[in-house]
Design a protein around this ligand. Structure first.
Ligand code: CUA
Length: 156
């Protein structure tokens, strides 16, 4: 009896993981603009999060002097002068964390002017992970309950 309930609960949870609308739609055609402001010696925001497959237009605005923005492994290199933002579009195909670094010498701490681009896996991947975890939990619960009920046999 309890096994049937556990089974029903996990099947329902599985359906939710599979069918729930995802807040961040996977590859978007229109793309998203990400504005990054640069000043000695930091980027704001320092960490940029996007979804894998998303089309990104990166806009670099320099606040105090000329700064660059190079995205590791994405071959994106922007140079912005105050009052003249620079922009580049690319598709965030590769998942992972990528260093952002200033590519124009801008002072003594220039080598330490860094940021991070985080490309998060898109939703189908998370659904797979969710289902895997649910299946594991469901199996363990199902077996545990079965073992606790079976040997007694009082109600059988
Ligand atoms: Cu900013 Cu180098």
């Amino acid at each position: 009896m309890r096994r049937a309930i556990v089974l029903a609960v996990f099947l329902a949870l599985g359906a939710i993981v599979l069918l729930a609308p995802w807040p961040v739609p996977a590859p978007r055609v229109a793309g998203r603009e990400v504005v990054i402001r640069a000043r000695q010696y930091e980027y704001a925001p320092g960490v940029v999060r996007v979804s894998q497959g998303e089309r990104i237009t990166m806009v670099l605005e320099a606040e105090d002097m000329t700064h660059g923005l190079y995205v590791d492994e994405y071959n994106v290199d922007l140079v912005a002068v105050p009052g003249r933002p620079a922009r580049a579009s690319f598709v965030a195909e590769r998942e992972g964390k990528f260093r952002l670094r200033c590519s124009k010498v801008c002072g003594s701490l220039h080598p330490f002017m860094l940021g991070e681009l985080i490309v998060e896996p898109n939703s189908p991947w998370w659904r797979v992970v969710g289902l895997t975890i649910l299946t594991a939990l469901g199996t363990v619960t199902y077996l545990t309950i079965g073992r606790a009920e079976a040997p007694r046999g009082v109600h059988a």
